[in-house]
Design a protein around this ligand. Structure first.
Ligand SMILES: [Zn+2]
Length: 126
């Protein structure tokens, strides 16, 4: 059975979306992604790399490692909240609505992990 490209509701074979609302929501998403794809990719690349470097640095200087990784995760998390651009494979698997929702869950999880790491660091647990 074919599914709506936005909400994943079952639809007939000659349709792409179940309703005008879904088509509009989908168009809006792709327009926004087109507009912000470049800054998104650049910021994403920089801070994913930064998290990796900070985790590596943690072995030598705990402070820079923990704070650097947390700040990078918060920046990425906030960006994913405002620009939830899931990877194509996720859009394909879950359809747009759920994929955007999952991106925001990941964003929330990143921010939460970062806050926990900061609390653990400043209370001298790690
Ligand atoms: Zn739909």
């Amino acid at each position: 059975m074919k599914k709506c490209e936005y909400c994943a509701k079952e639809i007939s074979y000659h349709e792409m979306f179940c309703s005008d609302e879904c088509q509009n929501a989908s168009n809006k998403f792709y327009e926004m992604r087109e507009k912000y794809q470049k800054p998104f990719s650049v910021i994403n690349g920089i801070f994913v790399l930064a998290i990796g470097i900070c985790i590596f640095l943690y072995a030598f200087t705990k402070g820079i490692g923990a704070i650097g990784a947390s700040v990078s995760m918060i920046i990425l998390g906030v960006m994913y909240l405002f620009l939830p651009f899931p990877p194509e494979i996720m859009i394909h698997k879950f359809k747009l609505k759920k994929a955007i929702f999952l991106s925001r869950i990941i964003a929330g999880a990143l921010i939460l992990i970062a806050v926990v790491v900061l609390i653990l660091y400043f209370t001298n647990v790690i």
